[in-house]
Design a protein around this ligand. Structure first.
Ligand SMILES: *Cc1c(COP(=O)(O)O)cnc(C)c1O
Length: 220
């Protein structure tokens, strides 16, 4: 069988970066980003032992993941793309983690679905660290208040923060900013770093790195 998954070298690089940063083994979870890849491409990665996957579209994930989740009960699925409140129901039913909570409407919709479905995905708040107008995420200056509202009024158990630094910018400042916001709000998890910069993110404390291309190859 030919080499069909880039998983092993990525795992090795993650372990190495964690060691270099003086972080304990297992401190970093690899989220394999399978967006735009079909089940034929995903299966070999599952077969190679990967169990944590990320998708950026609710509809796409809903179309392809249920049979795989049925077959492999220990898979953990992360939503890493924007969520509309009319998709909150599917999202809460399908995902184990929702990393992109970023406004009151979504937070409210999730709180409602969590209560009615009795299912509680892990939650992270997305921060728009680069303050890009086209990008999702709460602004850094609004993050503390938003977190207070989510955790207080809505009783959402937010576990961490997620960011996507601006393309073409040095990501380190964004990783450092996200880490500061998490620390001052007592949050343990940091989802940051993608194929091009996950080692740097690990240096800045990433607990979750989201890697697509480096595992699956270029997206069509
Ligand atoms: C696509 C995507 C990734 C993975 O990007 P790669 O450069 O392919 O590793 C990570 N995070 C989010 C939010 C994405 O949409």
């Amino acid at each position: 069988m030919q080499e069909i998954t880039g998983l092993a070298p990525i795992r090795e690089r993650i372990a190495h970066a964690a060691r270099e940063a003086g972080r304990p083994e297992g401190a970093v979870t690899l989220v394999a980003v399978s967006k735009m890849f079909d089940n034929k491409a995903i299966r070999p990665v599952i077969a190679a032992g990967q169990r944590v996957f990320g998708e950026n579209r609710v509809q796409e994930a809903h179309a392809k993941w249920p049979p795989l989740l049925e077959e492999f009960r220990d898979i953990e699925l992360h939503l890493i793309g924007p969520l509309q409140s009319n998709k909150a129901k599917i999202a809460v039913a399908l995902f184990d983690w929702i990393e992109t909570v970023d406004r009151d409407r979504i937070a409210r919709a999730l709180a409602g679905e969590i209560a009615s479905q009795g299912r509680s995905p892990g939650l992270m708040v997305q921060v728009n660290t680069g303050e890009e107008p086209q990008k999702a995420g709460v602004l850094p200056k609004d993050a503390d208040e938003f977190l207070d509202r989510c955790r207080g009024e809505l009783a959402l158990d937010i576990k961490g923060l997620m960011c996507i630094p601006p393309a073409g910018e040095e990501p380190s400042l964004h990783f450092a900013l996200l880490e500061r916001i998490a620390r001052r709000n007592g949050l343990d998890l940091l989802s940051m770093g993608m194929s091009a910069d996950f080692e740097k993110a690990i240096h800045f404390g990433a607990t979750h790195v989201r890697v697509g291309t480096a595992i699956f190859g270029p997206r069509g």
